[in-house]
Design a protein around this ligand. Structure first.
Ligand code: SF4
Ligand code: SF4
Length: 294
């Protein structure tokens, strides 16, 4: 199973993308320019399902007009979702994640070298953008500006689902994200406010990224492969739980780890994907020798 896990991830990503992008047709709705085909995006004027993302970025519209019981139920639902899935949402289901993966894969197939790396996760300019978006996500909506105006998913999914090209702000953000993804793996994920918000609660998530420090030979492949450039997955020498709020659970670090049992993703303590030599040689036939030290 470990050998085929990366392929399984692609299958889930494709399904998630298809459902979130073409779901409007599946449920028999008529697609209009005002309708974002993502099921859960309530930007849809016809309103399918109220999405957590929209409500979280419009807290001012939630408090004051919604009964307290409903607000409580909403936050309970968000908490449950975060505990059960965490940033698995980013690594396995996000339609924008799929588009970024596709663009980067295309780029790797034509030229695998000279990709951009932001440096380590304490890179201050990346953090500045991330915190800026987080502020817009939760804060500025109170003053009449909302994150949906910048959201690349809002621009890209209607376009792919057959909508007309509209040159609004989120379209330009989408162009930056697509171009960025060509040079930097999961470019947008490094600054996505929703992803970071979910990641902050990873401590409670049922999914975990774990490391067996005794099995690790310090090759650094995991750090080289990580789209979020999380250095601790390579440098950690004691702790077994190495899940951080930036981790997307993309599992790329496990895919490139050549050591049996050194890295794994667990659900409720049970391993669902573990690094192994066999899987390493099966999935990384192009990797030759040791990469540069991180
Ligand atoms: S630590 Fe591993 S699973 Fe997490 S983002 Fe990096 S490569 Fe993906
Ligand atoms: S790829 Fe595996 S063996 Fe290499 S540094 Fe990372 S955890 Fe250790």
């Amino acid at each position: 199973m470990d050998k085929y896990f990366p392929k399984l991830r692609w299958v889930i990503l494709i399904l998630g993308f298809a459902i979130s992008t073409f779901g409007v047709y599946i449920i028999g709705k008529r697609f209009t320019q005002d309708y974002v085909p993502v099921f859960i995006c309530p930007i849809n004027r016809e309103g399918t399902i109220d999405g957590a993302c929209y409500k979280l970025s419009h807290l001012n519209g939630l408090f004051g007009v919604t009964p307290w019981v409903d607000i409580g139920l909403f936050f309970l639902g968000v908490a449950l979702f975060i505990v059960i899935f965490g940033r698995m949402l980013c690594g396995f289901l996000c339609p924008l994640g799929f588009i970024q993966d596709l663009v980067f894969k295309f780029r790797s197939s034509i030229n695998g070298s000279s990709v951009i790396r932001f440096g380590s996760r304490d890179n201050s300019s990346v953090n500045l953008v991330k915190w800026g978006f987080l502020f817009v996500f939760f804060g500025i909506c109170a003053f009449g500006i909302n994150f949906c105006d910048l959201c690349p998913v809002k621009a890209v999914t209607p376009l792919i689902a057959g909508g007309k090209l509209e040159l609004h702000m989120s379209f330009f953000v989408t162009v930056i994200v697509v171009v960025g993804s060509f040079f930097k793996y999961r470019f947008w994920c490094n600054v996505c406010p929703l992803g970071y918000f979910v990641g902050v609660f990873h401590k409670f998530s049922l999914f975990r990224l774990k490391k067996n420090c005794q099995a690790c030979t310090e090759c650094g492949y995991c750090y080289e492969a990580c789209p979020m450039e999380i250095k601790s997955i390579y440098t950690e020498r004691k702790k077994s739980n190495i899940t951080t709020c930036d981790c997307l659970f993309c599992s790329d670090c496990i895919k490139v780890c050549p050591e049996d049992q050194a890295l794994k993703i667990t659900f409720l303590g049970k391993a669902i994907y573990t690094s192994s030599r066999e899987a390493f040689f099966y999935n990384n036939s192009g990797l030759q020798g040791k990469k540069d030290e991180p």
